[in-house]
Design a binder for this molecule. Sequence first.
Ligand code: NAD
Length: 443
Amino acid sequence: MRVTIFGTGYVGLVTGTCLAEVGHDVVCVDIDQQKVDGLNRGVIPIYEPGLEPMVKANHAAGRLKFTTDAASAIGHGEIIFIAVGTPPDEDGSADLKYVLAVARTVGEHIERPAIVVNKSTVPVGTADKVRAAIAEALARRGAQVPFEVVSNPEFLKEGDAVNDCMRPDRIVIGSGSPEAIEKLKRLYAPFNRNHERIVVMDVRSAELTKYAANAMLATKISFMNEIANIAECVGADIEMVRQGIGSDPRIGWHFIYPGAGYGGSCFPKDVQALARTAQQCGYKPELLEAVESVNYRQKGHLFELIQRHYGGSVAGKTFAVWGLAFKPNTDDMREASSRRLLAQLWEAGARVRAYDPEAMHEARRVFGERDDLVLCDSAHAAIADADALCVVTEWKQFRSPDFPRLRSSLRDAVIFDGRNLYHPDQVEGAGIAYYAIGRGRSV
Ligand code: NAD
């Protein structure tokens, strides 16, 4: 099928590539000329495991094209995806300016019937706004072209996006049009072979489903962080508690890891946007507000532990920081916990030596040149000439460090572990003071 995708970010690029991989004819449009030029030369703008060879192979096979020419791209697609960003507005609600700009562009150029599929995460009611924006642009041209607007939220996870796209848990299609539903079922048939994964519903329910999924996951994280903080107060070990509850199938093992708070481009903004939607309807979303405030506090928790250890003064100290991305297997630093920690350390007069396996380029872009930051090219380089180590992202390569080497390298022999990667006995046995999340015995 002929597919057009607006936006070549994490969602658009991965979706376009996976659709091309199963044989569809895909054109990806972006307004970022540099990104498009890079993609046409085989430069992949994001780090996502498995993506690069797939982009290159499908581009070479002519099934995946990149352009900034919206008009010709719209001419290509019988299905047109919107996969552009929906960043938070000043009040936390989702800013729809990119989505509606695409809708207007579609209305300005569409010449034959098409299905416009919204993949961006958008508040309930956005499909109506997209429909109105397309219709208005069509009316301005005096043109009449039939089109459908469908909601098809995306559930991929950064770091495992290709796998999620090729083997989705579910594909939600929100539409009242039997023809549009049928067409999307055909588009997704290659991903829906072994058992039924497609869930069809009305548009508004589909729009809300995406927020509900992210809000549920964020709630699990904030819940565990709250219990971790209680564990710390009462002298219990959250890692024991986690094992004690995860085996209950009603609770399960997933997403019950305490840590330095959730970040990324989705959970923080989606929890906020859902809360604003509720408030706009006159409903007070008490649970969502708590999820958000617990997370905000949690992002400052590692710094609190640092302050506690140093008696409130870290001025002049140098901290090695392992992990800058908001989670492993991505270079994305949007809303990452590391950003808050670094800001707090700098504010308190400390210096930072940071390393991340994939996010160094992004870190250079985010932080720029600073006297109090050294971006290191390895985990070992980061600990050289440091007083203490902070672990912020749970990359696999940080899981089993050489503790005697850390002991001799770190001037103050102390680790602040924001992801509970180590066993306290092992660290303390190596002569290193150890602070982690919710491990009461260590405070
Ligand atoms: P992103 O910021 O990585 O990419 C968005 C892209 O859209 C950018 O390349 C930008 O240049 C482009 N763009 C903006 N306006 C455009 C226009 N008018 N025409 C063409 N391109 C345009 O965003 P993302 O992370 O891929 O997220 C996209 C949407 O999907 C958001 O609503 C997000 O909440 C949602 N989502 C993201 C994830 C994720 O893990 N990143 C997962 C599920 C859903």
